[in-house]
Design a protein. Sequence first.
Lengths: 361, 361
Amino acid sequence: MRTLNTSSLDHLAVGAALLGAGGGGDPYIGKLLASWAIETYGSPQIVDPSEVPDDALCVMTGSMGAPTVAIERLPGGDELHLALLALERYLGKSITHLVGMEIGGINSMLPIASAARSGLPLVDCDGMGRAFPELQMCTPSLFGILASPMVIADAKGNTVVIDSADNHTAEKMARLITIEMGAVSYIALYPQSGKSLKESMIPRTLAFAENIGAVIAHARAKKVDPLAALLEVTRGVRLFEGKITDVDRRTVHGFARGVVSLSGIGPDTGSTLKVKFQNENLIAEYNGIIVATVPDLICFIEPSTGTPMTTEELRYGLRAAVIGIPCDSRWRTDSGLQLVGPKYFGYDLTYTPIENFVKPT
Amino acid sequence: MRTLNTSSLDHLAVGAALLGAGGGGDPYIGKLLASWAIETYGSPQIVDPSEVPDDALCVMTGSMGAPTVAIERLPGGDELHLALLALERYLGKSITHLVGMEIGGINSMLPIASAARSGLPLVDCDGMGRAFPELQMCTPSLFGILASPMVIADAKGNTVVIDSADNHTAEKMARLITIEMGAVSYIALYPQSGKSLKESMIPRTLAFAENIGAVIAHARAKKVDPLAALLEVTRGVRLFEGKITDVDRRTVHGFARGVVSLSGIGPDTGSTLKVKFQNENLIAEYNGIIVATVPDLICFIEPSTGTPMTTEELRYGLRAAVIGIPCDSRWRTDSGLQLVGPKYFGYDLTYTPIENFVKPT
């Protein structure tokens, strides 16, 4: 057990931005909310999954919808709390522990704010190990754990409980309600016991994200290559370094879809990289050959500082390094790939783990 | 208190078809379900609103969505019960009485099935006194009573609880979920005390509908003019008799919208009537002059038998009588007309009570 203070949040926000794999929303807004909640209610306790009693009632919290809207319309801080109260009411039981839904992006921070507000301990784990666009894309789905009953709340005090035996249906209904709520909502979902949490969730991802942020800060302070340090801490693969020559971005069915094109510099001079994204980066093609696919993480970094770059920030002319990071091994199973593999996102590809790709020469 | 048996259902179904004012769905399917429930679980008790204790917990039940779909995909009988159980769970209280949402159409029958299934008494009242297309169009809305918390259930066992402080928002969210559930859902809503029920609901509409059906059957058996008998029992106004010359029907935003045109016969020879509808009949124009508007009821009847005709049944060449029936006085208040008056349906008209119109000569 440890206490999370506001100074840890800076590192965590940087690490969570990287693990967003281009999506998940900039954690900066989430950090403001988490800082405010810590200053107002005190620091939340962070507990290791191994410390959670088997009979605990653990609930995921986070936001759903367009991160761009969350940035324009800040959550008031009580929406998540309202969601927790409504879920307790429906379950007829008290929640004992909070957990994060996704460590990537803004949803790394909201559970911290919620834990501070509610006084409940936050378990150091999450359900994605990165960011994904849909709520059934959580490791508990692979263990037969339902997202339902789940609660959706908005800033106007509306709450909706969805109780479905199918996580895809829950996602569809929650998406419709979220759009009606103004494109962003605050959710409490995947109620599960401490026993099942230890099996179904990805452990210690808060510590992992914080460590990534610390490594980047350290490299910057010591003026050493942040990229090399990052690759070491993430067991990542260097994919490319270049200048952005084009960003083709469209909004399709509420998702930010598009392609980023880069022209190589340094060792990649004369080569190109194309990265296709849907909120998150999905596929990387080096000189037309695929070198990385979802569910592995494809991440853009500002090369001189190691600062992660979200898809929204990418612009013509910017310099960027692109790295690949292996996803959690749960996603590499057949059922994991069915849920979040390239085929689900519309690419007729067989998944190859990023460390097995051979970059074309 | 009385017991409702299957023979009462026939009259009730005919009366409810008339009070559907063209919409609400054909009660025939509802009658089958109610008959089945009565045969399986026994006859439900019907209680007068005056018999309901002030501290009772009364809940409305019915279906939402396209009646045409309910006809194609019959409810299994347990969807409404599932909705009641989920509402009890969320409220943390036991429901003591059921009430109907709308006496017009299929929703006259579903609460009977639900009362038989659950063993709860059904109060002889409803929230519309006719049929309307949206769930905030219930008299309790006029008394500040919330539709929320409300439950939506489907045949696959999905349930959704909506808790909103605004009945228009509840309607919008429930509509989205209903479409996702396959265009029809089963709902439990407007939880209220017995005390508020006595003020907010339209009393004795089950008895009224049953009486309408009995009067039509009696006129048919005695070979007397069913139209005259109907006008007497409903305090109605004879608007027109003619042949249908055109039915222009479109589906717009999930509603059946259109215009029925008639050419007069008998005393109306040489005149025309146009009836505009959106699920229910909204506006009647006699030779281009408005002679009836929503919320008063505009109803089509097969003239020789007195059988009510829903909008779906209207076809070129059919003979029809058209009558107007005064709506409940609650709808004629400013707040009532704001909720269900012609302006809400997009007609820039001031409401005139049907009995005050002068038919052009």
